[in-house]
Design a protein around this ligand. Structure first.
Ligand code: MN
Ligand code: MN
Ligand code: MN
Length: 400
C-alpha cells in the first residue's frame, strides 16, 4: 500500500466528500476525481448520495444533496488530495434531520463579528475492540474480555503497558489532524482504561464544529488501521467507570476585555436561566452521565464555581485572577453535535436566544421530516456493536 502513496495522479485530485448521516453520529463519505489542484472550497460542486441508505430519504425519492463547506488535506492519500466537509439538504432545499450546521450558521452570522465567540472542546471517547460473536460486539480496549480491569486510578495521563491502552491510535490520530489542518491542541489519557481525550480549538464561530467533526472522522479512519472502534456515548459502561463528556470552553469579546469577569458572571446567569433548554440539547442519554459523581454535576440543578469540576460551569482560576478570560461548560455529553452546543451557548449568552427556538425545534422534530422507522433501525444497528448492559462487578455471559 505504501508503494501506491507516491504514484503520479496525472494532474487529478481525489476529493472525499464527508457528511453526517441519519443518526447524527454516523459519518459518511465518498470520493470523486477532480481535474487539477483544489485550493478553494468554491471549486467543488454540489453532489448527492442515496439518502435511503442513511435513514434520510425514502427509496422512491432517495437523493440527498451534499454541499461542500470546509476543505482539509487528506493525510491518508497525501498531497494533493482533499477532504471536503459537507452540509446535507433535501432536494426541496430543506436541511436534513442532522444538518444542525444550517441552524448554527444562522446564529453565528447574526453576531460573530460583533462578539467574536471562540471555542475549544475536549472530546472524550472510548476505544473499543471487537470481541466477535454473532452480533460482532465490542468491549473497551485493554479490558479483559467479559470482565473488568483494576479500579480506576492509574490510567488518567498514565504510562506503562498495564496503565495505557491504545496510544498508537491516539498518536496516529494526533498527527493525522495536524497534517489535515485540523486545529487539534492536545490529547490525554482519561480516567477509565481505554478512554482518551483530544482537544479541538481555539476556533471562532462555526469553525469549531467543522474542525471537531473532522477530528472525529479522522479518529474513525485511523481506527481502521488498528481495528479499533470509537465510542462517544456518555456512559458506555455502567457502574463505577467514568462517563464520556465533551466540555466546551468559551470566550467572547465581552469576557476577554479588561474587567470581563463581570460579563462572565452575567453570561453564566443566562446559562443558568436556560439550563433546561441546554440540557435538552446536550445529549439524549446524558442523564446516565450527569449524576453528580465522577467529576460531573447534577443534571437537574445548574451550578457554577471557580475551579469546581463538580459544577455545570467552571470558571478557571486564571479567569478569576486576570479578571477576564474564558469559562467552561462541563455539561455536554461525548456524543453531542458541536454545532448545536457552540451555537446555543453563543445564542444564550450574547444574542438573547436568537435562533435558539428554531435549533431546538429541529433537534426535537427534525427526525419527523425523515423516514422515522428507517432512522430507528439505523440507530439500533449502529449501537448493536457495543455491550451496554453490564452494571459493574462481573460481566454476565448473556450480555454478549
Ligand atoms: Mn480535559
Ligand atoms: Mn477529560
Ligand atoms: Mn474540561
Amino acid at each position: 500500500m505504501d508503494k501506491l502513496q507516491d504514484l503520479d495522479q496525472k494532474g487529478f485530485t481525489i476529493v472525499e466528500y464527508i457528511w453526517i448521516g441519519g443518526t447524527g453520529l454516523d459519518i459518511r463519505s465518498k470520493c470523486k476525481t477532480v481535474k487539477g489542484a483544489v485550493t478553494d472550497i468554491k471549486q467543488l460542486s454540489e453532489w448527492n448520495y442515496d439518502g435511503s441508505s442513511t435513514g434520510q430519504a425514502p427509496t422512491e425519492n432517495s437523493e440527498v444533496l451534499i454541499r461542500p463547506v470546509a476543505l482539509f488535506d487528506d493525510p491518508f492519500r497525501g498531497k494533493p488530495n482533499k477532504f471536503a466537509l459537507c452540509e446535507t439538504y433535501h432536494v426541496d432545499g430543506k436541511p436534513t434531520n442532522t444538518n444542525y450546521r444550517h441552524y448554527a450558521r444562522k446564529i453565528f452570522d447574526k453576531g460573530v463579528d460583533q462578539f467574536e465567540p471562540h471555542f475549544g472542546v475536549e472530546q472524550e471517547y472510548f476505544m473499543m475492540k471487537s470481541i466477535g460473536g454473532g452480533n460482532n460486539l465490542s468491549w473497551p480496549l485493554g479490558w479483559p474480555i467479559g470482565g473488568f480491569p483494576r479500579a480506576q486510578f492509574q490510567y488518567y495521563c498514565g504510562n506503562g503497558a498495564s496503565n495505557s491502552y491504545g496510544r498508537n491510535l491516539m498518536d496516529a490520530h494526533y498527527k493525522a489532524c495536524l497534517n489535515a489542518g485540523v486545529q487539534i491542541y492536545g490529547t490525554n489519557a482519561e480516567v477509565a482504561p481505554g478512554q482518551w481525550e483530544f482537544q479541538v480549538g481555539t476556533c471562532k464561530g462555526i469553525d469549531l464544529g467543522d474542525h471537531h467533526w473532522m477530528a472525529r472522522f479522522l479518529l474513525q479512519r485511523c481506527g481502521e488501521y488498528f481495528d479499533i472502534d470509537v465510542e462517544f456515548s456518555p456512559k458506555p459502561i455502567k457502574g463505577d467507570w467514568n462517563g464520556t463528556g465533551c466540555h466546551c470552553n468559551y470566550s467572547n469579546k465581552l469576557t476577554m476585555r479588561p474587567g470581563g469577569l463581570e460579563d462572565v458572571l452575567k453570561q453564566v446567569k443566562k446559562l443558568d436561566e436556560n439550563h433546561s433548554t441546554s440540557i435538552k440539547l446536550y445529549g439524549k442519554t446524558n442523564s446516565e452521565r450527569l449524576t453528580g459523581l465522577h467529576e460531573t454535576s447534577s443534571m437537574n440543578k445548574f451550578s457554577f464555581g471557580v475551579a469546581n469540576r463538580g459544577a455545570s460551569v467552571r470558571i478557571p482560576r486564571t479567569t478569576e485572577a486576570d479578571g477576564c478570560g474564558y469559562y467552561e461548560d462541563r455539561r455536554p455529553a461525548g456524543d453531542i453535535d458541536p454545532y448545536i452546543v457552540t451555537a446555543s451557548i453563543f445564542s444564550i449568552t450574547c444574542l438573547d436566544n436568537y435562533g435558539l427556538e428554531e435549533l431546538v425545534h429541529h433537534y426535537e422534530h427534525g427526525k419527523e421530516l425523515e423516514k422515522q422507522e428507517l432512522i430507528q433501525e439505523l440507530e439500533e444497528n449502529f449501537k448493536r456493536g457495543y455491550v451496554r448492559k453490564n452494571s459493574g462487578g462481573v460481566a454476565k455471559k448473556d450480555s454478549f
